[in-house]
Design a protein around this ligand. Structure first.
Ligand SMILES: Nc1ncnc2c1ncn2[C@@H]1O[C@H](COP(=O)(O)OP(=O)(O)OP(=O)(O)O)[C@@H](O)[C@H]1O
Ligand SMILES: [Mg+2]
Length: 265
């Protein structure tokens, strides 16, 4: 139960193929990093999983649910089951931290509580607990836009926790952060994965992060999967495959971030 099964998944924009027939089986509880150069199709893949983007062909299933066929309330439920984390956090800047976290509950309580900022005590306690878990409870009254990027991303993760997600999809969650904040945010995602057993699928720009945090790494190039294995198998040959045909600086960035031993292999 709770495995994510992707079969023959493709997406074309106009005549251009962004994702080209992906088959992928992710058992419940894995932490998976998706890497690949810009335009490889990483975001499109993630967005098709929660149906922000409609696939051209293929299917996505989660447990017994055929995600690609969901409509109406069932589709809204699936979107609530998918916690999305974005590079730009997507908080409401003029609202306080606690309200932002409570927005994670929006799909369950409808719009009225949001409009009147009226949440029950149970919700509020859950929100503070989620913030506390991310070491952010002390800023609960502050406006979201007064926080640093790393703090905002932690609030975004707390908001996701309030959705009680079955799956977390993170699209470049640390791309806008300094290294210290990036570590805190990735630690938080890993703790959700390890402690709550929630599958995490995370698009990443840096190989080092994928190696450090992910059980499994998927390498994409031109809309296809060209590498699928443990982070330890991510050697120079695999990186050449993933970054083949890319801009020279992409290749250099990837290769310089591999430790010297692997690079010389
Ligand atoms: N809404 C869209 N309309 C048209 N083309 C799109 C759209 N979204 C993505 N594409 C194209 O699909 C391809 C894959 O894009 P995608 O955003 O999935 O790549 P990515 O791997 O996430 O890249 P990046 O690392 O830059 O985020 C690119 O060629 C992109 O231009
Ligand atoms: Mg992207």
């Amino acid at each position: 139960m709770g495995d994510l099964v992707i079969a023959g998944l493709s997406k074309s924009f106009g005549g251009k193929c962004a994702v080209a027939g992906i088959d992928l089986n992710i058992p419940k509880g894995q932490m998976v990093g998706v890497i690949g150069r810009s335009g490889a199709g990483k975001s499109t893949l993630l967005r098709m999983i929660n149906r922000l983007t409609e696939p051209t062909t293929g299917s996505v299933a989660f447990g017994s649910r055929d995600i690609t066929r969901l409509e109406g309330a069932a589709l809204r439920q699936w979107r609530a089951d998918c916690g999305m984390i974005f590079q730009q956090f997507n908080l409401v800047g003029r609202l306080d931290v606690l309200t932002n976290v409570l927005l994670g509950r929006a799909s369950q309580g409808g719009l009225l509580p949001l409009i009147f900022k009226h949440f029950g005590m149970r919700e509020r306690v859950l929100a503070v607990k989620a913030l506390d878990r991310l070491d952010m409870a002390h800023v609960w009254t502050q406006r979201a836009d007064s926080l640093s990027g790393g703090q905002q991303q932690r609030v975004a993760i707390a908001r996701t926790l309030l959705q009680e997600p079955k799956l977390v999809l993170a699209d470049e969650p640390i791309a806008s952060l300094d290294p210290k904040s990036a570590t805190v945010v990735m630690d938080a995602l890993r703790s959700i994965n390890r402690e709550d057993g929630i599958t995490v699928l995370c698009n990443l720009h840096t190989i080092d992060t994928a190696r450090r945090y992910c059980d499994r790494v998927i390498g994409m190039a031109n809309g296809r999967i060209v590498f699928d294995g443990p982070a330890t198998a991510l050697d120079r040959a695999a990186l050449r495959l993933i970054y083949a045909g890319g801009e020279e600086h992409d290749v250099n960035e990837a290769v310089t971030s591999v430790d010297i031993q692997a690079a010389s292999g």
